[in-house]
Design a protein around this ligand. Sequence first.
Ligand SMILES: [Zn+2]
Ligand SMILES: [Zn+2]
Length: 288
Amino acid sequence: MWTQHYDLHSHSTNSDGEHSVEFVAQLMKNSEVKYWSLTDHDTIAGWKNAYQSANDLGINFIPGVEITCERGLEPDELELKQRGRERASKSWHLLAYFPELKPDDEQAIRFAQWLKPLQDNRIPRMKQMVEKLAELGMPIDFSEVADKAGGSIGRPHLAQAMVDKGYVETKFEAFEKWIGDGLPAHVAQPKPSIAEAVSVVRECGGVTSLAHPLYYGIPPKQLGQYCKSVGIDSIEAFHRSHEDMYRFELWQICTQQGLKVSCGSDFHGQTYGQSPGKMATPVGQLCV
Ligand SMILES: [Zn+2]
Ligand SMILES: [Zn+2]
């Protein structure tokens, strides 16, 4: 049995998404999503609005967050090549879900406190990236980047500013040439280890899923073993960027390792040509 009623990965203007929480909720509803998670980067600022919007629309909101962590394993060159990836991302993203939590619960507040330093670093880091771009002959005012960020500032806002200035044709090009991990204008962010993030999420009553493993360059079997060993509950096998074969391989590995799965459109906005929902996922193995 399969379902398309879940979309457990989406972003709003509280991080690097384009749309308000309310609008994302409406799009989810339009796509017939019944269980929706908002997973903004390193913040739970959108939870209250999301609860309200979901309630108004008659869908279920599952509080979530996408935590930027250090790499769990070093990438395997052969695996990257086989999946057609040029390089692996420098950070791993861990999705955390708190199906039982309300925004004012003590555990939610404790979790938000743990996230705060990860958030606070975003502005100084962005200023450093702006400086690097200036040194590279692409001056941008920090305020031009900040104006594009509704909530927490991120690289997509910088990429848009670069497009507006005519330094690159597309946001994609900005990432590929300048601001992607390890590139000339990139500045790394301080990140928790996967193990630390897993333990904090557990203490606060949540479960975890490793987001979009395609970006990490780890053979599925090794990935499954790693997740099991470090206490990650599930893998986002059904991510929008994954081809069917890869989804299937990950799903099989999860089954063998006794892990759950999760599914997500990783919706950031309509100008990326994205739409939420329509994520076919096997019933009975979902992590929430
Ligand atoms: Zn991510
Ligand atoms: Zn995401």
